[in-house]
Ligand binder design. Structure first.
Ligand code: BG6
Length: 483
């Protein structure tokens, strides 16, 4: 389904996203032979630079080019990449970009001209750029697609405004809204785990499951991104999108088929069964200086009295027959003791009887680092007496799938966009319902519905607020009794 005669245009080519994610992913796809035959890549940004400078930048964006084959591929990749500078708001710049695209297309065989626009840009220029691309750079002889990325507004109202402005120029079919968690291997595995295994499917409901935690931990603070972060906070940065998207796939009903609309219909349905988050189901934190590291408020780009949360735990409830009464705890924090993203499903106690004080079963899906799934099971201690101890059935990807490259999320998603597959992109109505769940709590945190709450403090490089233990216990989470 890959289309020949394609140009990928990266807008914001000198920015952070392009550097850290877009270019490395494009190169990864190129290296593995997954980009369309004869593809060309055009970088566009305000920074003025010539080809040599641009190629030098590409080299610096791409890591792990060790062997000769990779070096050759990188040279080829640079050959097919060109750069053009221009503004984001004026017509002349986009006419100029279009001229450049038409020149490149002069070298294509056949009549088709396909363009994939990747907006690696700050939200302030989304709308003018989307408009200018449509007016000046839209191919009339092929497929046009546009990739956009969060933030999609700051609440329900601003999201609706943004979406309707974008829709004036780009149809839903042409639009690919990235939530890069949907491209992560373990998140994509959820569909298979749930719907290709009778054993899992049978235990996947309120009768068997006591509580679920989806956890995001990062070991660094907002260093250098304080300005952006303070405007958004951890809930808009991680919970409302990455963790909620993961939750929707974890909890949706089985889609009729693998088709994008069938999957997204089911995700919307389950999200609609979640009421807005209550204040009492929320714990907010902000990191302070510790272990030789600065606190959030020590960042010069952050207002000195900011109450912006850098940590949040919130509990969601799904009102449908499968999940009624099961707490889903989403928690995320910056400046913690480790880098880890995981889903932890804790099953209910066995009914009392022959065994006392035994641990609950838990299924842990580690999304990163080092993808793994493990199931905590009680097992008889081998020997001449009967005693149950907690053990693990462990599927660590590195051990089980040796020599298999686990794709980066962005590699997987850019390839999907090139193929026109929307399954792992966020539909407009998904965004709407996601904002409905979070908007009231965000307005409270923003101080729009009374005084803003003050987050509790936690030390940099700690496990998070000390109140967390009691918070998760409130929803029935029980630590396993070891041995
Ligand atoms: C981004 C957030 O969406 O996701 C960042 O804006 C965060 O704050 C990043 O660091 C985490 O992505 P990953 O893939 O490293 O888990």
């Amino acid at each position: 389904q890959l289309k020949d005669n394609t140009i990928i245009i990266v807008l914001g080519a000198s920015g952070d996203l392009a550097k850290k994610k877009t270019y490395p992913a494009l190169f990864g796809l190129y290296r593995m032979g997954f980009l369309p035959k004869g593809v060309k890549i055009v970088g566009y940004a305000r920074t003025k630079m010539d080809s040599a400078e641009y190629h030098k930048r590409i080299t610096s964006y791409i890591k792990n080019v060790e062997d000769e084959e990779a070096k050759t591929k990188l040279e080829e990749f640079k050959e097919l990449s060109t750069y053009i500078s221009g503004g984001y708001e004026d017509d002349a710049s986009f006419d100029n970009l279009n001229k450049h695209l038409v020149d490149i297309e002069g070298g294509f065989q056949g009549n088709e001209r396909n363009r994939l626009f990747y907006l690696a840009l700050p939200p302030s220029v989304f709308i003018p750029v989307a408009r200018n691309l449509k007016v000046h750079c839209y191919s009339k002889a092929g497929i046009n697609r546009i990739i956009v990325e969060k933030p999609f507004g700051k609440d329900l109202e601003s999201c609706r405004e943004l979406l309707s402005s974008l829709k004036q120029h780009w149809s839903e079919d042409e639009t690919f809204r990235i939530d890069h968690y949907l491209g992560k291997e373990m998140v994509k595995n959820l569909l298979v785990l749930r719907f290709a295994n009778v054993a899992m499917g049978a235990a996947w409901d309120k009768n068997s499951i006591s509580n679920v935690q989806i956890t995001f931990k990062e070991p660094f603070g907002t260093e250098g991104r304080g300005g952006y972060f303070d405007e958004f906070g951890i809930i808009r940065d991680i919970l409302q999108n990455h963790l909620l998207q993961t939750l929707s796939i974890l909890t949706m009903e089985r889609p009729v088929s693998f088709a994008a609309e069938d999957i997204r219909d089911e995700k919307v349905k389950v999200l609609r069964a979640i009421p807005p988050i209550e204040r009492e189901d929320t714990l907010l934190g902000q990191y302070v200086a510790a272990n030789g590291k600065p606190g959030y408020l020590d960042d010069d780009t952050v207002p000195h009295n900011s109450v912006c949360p850098t940590y949040a735990a919130t509990t969601l409830w799904i009102h449908n027959p499968r999940w009624e009464g099961v707490p889903f705890i989403l928690k995320a924090g910056k400046a913690l003791n480790e880098a880890k993203v995981e889903i932890r499903i804790q099953f209910k106690d066995v009914t009392q009887g022959i065994f006392k004080d035994i641990s609950r079963n838990e299924l842990v899906l580690r999304i990163q680092p080092a993808e793994a799934m493990y199931l905590k099971l009680n097992t008889k201690t081998p020997g001449l007496y009967t005693r149950a101890i907690p053990t693990e059935m462990d599927l660590t990807y590195k051990r089980r799938f040796t020599d298999i490259h686990i794709p980066e999320a962005y590699e997987s998603l850019i390839l999907d966009a090139l193929k026109g597959d929307h399954s792992n992109f966020v539909r407009d109505d998904e965004l709407d319902v996601a904002w409905k769940i979070f908007t009231p709590i965000l307005h409270w945190i923003d101080g729009k519905s009374g005084p803003a709450p003050k987050p509790v403090q936690y030390p940099y490089a700690s496990r998070g607020p000390k109140e967390l233990e009691a918070f998760i216990a409130k929803y029935g989470y029980k630590r396993s009794t070891e041995g």
